[in-house]
Write a new protein. Structure first.
Lengths: 277, 186
């Protein structure tokens, strides 16, 4: 995954920020405990969002929290919290990461990716056995994506929908009355993530002659499209009836998801200014 | 219209991969975003796009619907499309649209509605825009374009009330720090 689904910490109060970081740290800790220290490096904030949303929908409270030191910050203690959703999100992280490494290997023939994938194989097999249907489904969708990329499909809806299906499956936590709403929400968010990634890489991909589904779409409507996709996603979000951690979740959906976009645009502007000087 | 294979500079029997490669090479050279919107390269790019699409047409993925045999549209085709749309059978509507060769503004309008129905929001937006460009005085085309854009506008307004992320300079640094803080923590 890409790490786009993150909070805008400027707009969080101190307590929210601490709670949010502690959720991430809890996920990181769980990953380490369940799947070994090496699995931690693959973590980003996307799966933290999954923990927040599912914990809210199923109204699952923090089951354990604490403070500890870690490798990155051995001098100061910091908070963490987790519950049974955290474990699920950690498993999903392993699933997506493994496929991602394999994909990089196919794309760039990079030995590092293959080596990483091999290191992960044991963890992956373990998670795959636990969620055989999810694993097969995601594998099938990634295959679909790689065929589309190979064919050079220029209609962004097509790969966007396939990628959306993957995140939909990840959000479909368990088979009950929430599953359809969660899946639809995950799908819409996944599509936004995929298109956002394509928009951000658009110029680079053009220069490097790589596949990018947004090449055919005029760049002056890229932002409108992203807004429409998030409009769709937040509409689906409303049907989840979120109460717990609503402010934090909405901070992410309405503001945080734009951070990388804004940073990239600011950088582009800067380099344009330099060139014109 | 020039021969599309000639435009892309590939042989008639070129593989999918060769065609994509040739297209990307030309896109690098002529894409308006890499040429400061220069009018000549924009014109050239549009020719390249058309050639690419003409060759690729018929691939079901490409259009978001299943292209059948080609024929000219008749009154009854659009009647059937309309009927399918009115009962929410968008895939069937797209199937018929895919078999229509002559793409009028009406075709783009119905395609927009049906694509929106199956969740292809980007195609829906593009086709609604095309319909409006072809027939700027048609109120119905304008209305559908407006409906499609509206979801984005409502979101954007709310988004602004959450903080517009305007002061990106300091933001950037703080965000980087936040990421670093947690990237190794356990």
């Amino acid at each position: 995954m890409f790490g786009y689904v993150t909070a805008n910490s400027e707009k969080l109060n101190e307590e929210q920020e601490r709670y949010y970081r502690a959720c991430y740290c809890g996920l990181c800790r769980t990953l380490g405990k369940e799947h070994g220290a090496k699995s931690r490096i693959t973590l980003n904030y996307d799966m933290t969002f999954l923990v927040l949303v599912l914990s809210s929908v199923y109204n699952i409270k923090v089951v354990e929290k604490g403070q500890e030191r870690c490798i990155a910050h051995p001098l100061s203690k910091h908070d963490y919290w987790y519950n049974n959703i955290t474990k699920y999100a950690g498993d999903m992280n392993i699933l997506l990461t493994y496929f991602n490494f394999l994909d990089d290997w196919k794309d760039d023939k990079s030995l590092i990716s293959l080596a990483e994938a091999k290191v992960y194989k044991k963890e992956f097999n373990q998670v795959s056995k636990k969620y055989p249907e999810k694993s097969e489904y995601i594998k099938g969708k990634l295959k679909e994506l790689s065929i589309m990329e190979k064919k050079g499909i220029m209609n962004p809806d097509m790969p966007g929908n396939s990628f959306g299906d993957i995140l939909g499956e990840v959000f479909a936590f368990k088979d009950d009355e929430n599953i359809d709403n969660l899946r639809e929400f995950g799908k819409a968010l996944g599509k936004f993530i995929y298109i956002l990634d394509a928009v951000l890489d658009f110029k680079d991909d053009l220069k490097k002659e790589r596949y990018n589904p947004m090449i055919r779409t005029p760049s002056n409507i890229h932002k409108d499209i992203l807004n429409i996709l998030m409009g769709d996603c937040t509409q689906k979000y409303e049907s989840l009836n979120i109460k717990k951690d609503k402010e934090l979740i909405e901070n992410i959906l309405y503001s945080g998801v734009w951070i990388k976009y804004k940073i990239k645009k600011a950088k582009e502007k800067e380099s344009d200014n330099e060139r014109s000087l | 219209m020039r021969d599309p294979y000639e435009v892309l500079g590939v042989a008639k029997n070129a593989s999918d991969e060769e065609i994509s490669k040739a297209y990307r090479k030309l896109a690098k050279k002529y894409h308006p975003d890499l040429n400061n919107g220069d009018a000549n390269s924009t014109k050239r790019m549009s020719e390249i796009n058309n050639a690419y699409e003409t060759i690729k047409n018929g691939t079901p993925y490409e259009q978001g619907y299943y292209a059948g045999y080609n024929r000219n549209n008749s009154f009854s085709d659009f009647e059937a499309v309309k009927r399918y749309i009115s009962v929410g059978q968008y895939i069937q509507a797209l199937n018929i649209l895919g078999s229509i060769n002559n793409k009028t503004s009406q075709w783009y309008y119905y395609s927009s509605v049906a694509n929106a129905g199956v969740g292809n929001r980007i195609t829906a937006l593009n086709h609604a825009q095309t319909a409006v460009n072809m027939d700027p005085y048609n109120q119905e085309y304008k209305r559908i374009l407006n409906v499609l854009q509206n979801g984005g506008r409502t979101y954007q307004q709310r988004s602004q009330s959450f903080g517009g992320l305007e002061d990106i300079g300091t933001m950037c640094v703080r965000f980087a720090l936040l990421n670093m803080f947690c990237c190794w923590c356990c």
